[in-house]
Design a binder for this molecule. Structure first.
Ligand SMILES: Cc1cc2nc3c(=O)[nH]c(=O)nc-3n(C[C@H](O)[C@H](O)[C@H](O)COP(=O)(O)O)c2cc1C
Length: 189
């Protein structure tokens, strides 16, 4: 392996990590469709039991205000079928446009939260925000929304092994590739 060098940490460095983007849907009464959608890669699992997740959203995003107001959202897993919608929702702001309308996104009602879910996303989580870490008040770029996962939905027979899952690496979208073996087991081989 080559020698390592210390590098300057910038926004770009953080976004160069391998990240798994999701579509976050927030209720938005100002839109005809009743929802706004944002692409979010900064997603963390904080607890399995009870299930708790966190999403980091910049204060400047239109969705930031909606998240603070509604305190609910759905987290929707994109597959390659939704790639262009994901990119569009991560490029344009819902402040002036109804992204759901422009992209003809199909929504369906959630059970426990008012925010709808994306119909052709194979996994949807219904989330209620319990805490907001206002990191931006201390100069950080993003605030962190911590949420309980109240309900999860998965398309029947959906197989994570066969799905066209997307990651981003250094700003490029990539499909998750070869299965290298099971976690907690591969070390034995
Ligand atoms: C793949 C991808 C991932 C993104 N991840 C995040 C993220 O984790 N947090 C964030 O604040 N913005 C993220 N963005 C940027 C927002 O999705 C983008 O600024 C969006 O237009 C905001 O929409 P809004 O103004 O309607 O809320 C991401 C964009 C893309 C394309």
């Amino acid at each position: 392996m080559k020698m390592k060098e210390a590098i300057k940490l910038t926004n770009v460095t953080m976004q160069s990590l391998v990240l798994c983007p999701f579509l976050v849907v927030v209720e938005d009464e100002s839109h005809k469709t009743g929802a706004n959608v944002i692409a979010v890669s900064y997603v963390g699992v904080l607890s399995e039991r009870p299930p708790i997740i966190g999403i980091a959203v910049r204060p400047g995003r239109y969705s930031h205000g909606l998240l603070k107001k509604n305190r609910e959202f759905t987290l929707n897993l994109p597959t390659s079928e939704l790639l262009k919608d994901l990119d569009y929702c991560g490029t344009f702001s819902g402040k002036k446009i109804d992204k759901v309308l422009v992209r003809s996104l199909r929504l369906e009602s959630a059970d426990k939260v008012k925010a709808p879910m994306i119909k052709n996303s194979p996994i949807n989580l219904e989330c209620r925000i319990t805490r907001v870490m206002h990191l931006s008040k201390k100069g950080s770029s993003h605030d962190y929304f911590i949420a309980d996962v109240l309900r999860a939905h998965r398309v029947k027979d959906f197989s994570l092994e066969e799905a066209d899952l997307i990651v981003t690496a250094n700003y490029d979208y990539r499909l998750v590739g070869n299965n290298l073996g099971r976690a907690f087991k591969i070390w034995k081989k």
